[in-house]
Write a protein that binds this ligand. Sequence first.
Ligand code: ATP
Length: 274
Amino acid sequence: MTENIPAPAEQPVFHLRNVRYLYNGRQVALDGIDLDVYRGEQVVLLGANGSGKSTLLKLLDGIYAPTEGTMRVLGRDIKAVASGEGAFGFHQEVGLVFQDPDVQLFSATVFDDVAFGPLQLGLSQQEVEARCKEALEQMEILHLARRAPFELSGGEKKRAAIASVLSLHPEVILLDEPTASLDPRTKWVLVNLIRLLGQAGKTIITTTHELEIVPIIAKRVVVIGEERRILADGTPAQILRDRDLLIRANLIHAQLHQFGLPREQELEPFAPER
Ligand SMILES: Nc1ncnc2c1ncn2[C@@H]1O[C@H](COP(=O)(O)OP(=O)(O)OP(=O)(O)O)[C@@H](O)[C@H]1O
């Protein structure tokens, strides 16, 4: 009577319990992190400079293994992935856009960087070219395809780095301050793309300092405090309306109104028309 057997509980994509990460064995970057992220969730990580957001994304991407605690990603022990075991398959499913695009761009041309991932997957030349064209068009940099990455502006490099992850078609996308250094038009193109990828069912975790984009790209917000622990976990409305929390986490300045911004408008997201 299979219908009486309860369905197994859905496994989270990311499962972290009491995770601690120390740089050089002494510099605490994350402490006591408990977090479950499920398939199809879109999460924003908020926190002040140095609160551990980038470190957390690097843990989720299997670049680092936790110093203490347990962590499973897509059902795998992250320590095994970080040591290289099954890393190839893992990185087909999980793609990280680094905060610094120079870390990510290493080929002679932008096209080669965007093609690198799909070529590693063993796709046909035709499929590789189709994926590259799509990713370059999504980031509006098709015209830069033959340029050397080191010749690009900061924002152009950022767009190339994002395209190099999009071309992999990962199910899980980790974005470290993706809109930083983008001009306003390109920023909203990317925000809309993240929104559409989320609607298509991708699991997306984004760090940002731009509160106005949070309600558009996420349904859940996790705030990391300066103690490198999770301070709050809730909906964008719950988090963004909690002025005391935002001040405590150094996400807004208590005296913001002194610069002439009316208090009631401080956190009003100005979403583009949908
Ligand atoms: N390679 C490193 N070696 C030693 N300490 C590091 C290293 N990278 C980061 N840290 C430290 O770890 C802590 C967390 O840094 P992390 O880069 O994760 O913060 P963040 O929240 O992403 O900050 P930001 O908003 O400035 O990008 C900080 O105290 C930082 O100084």
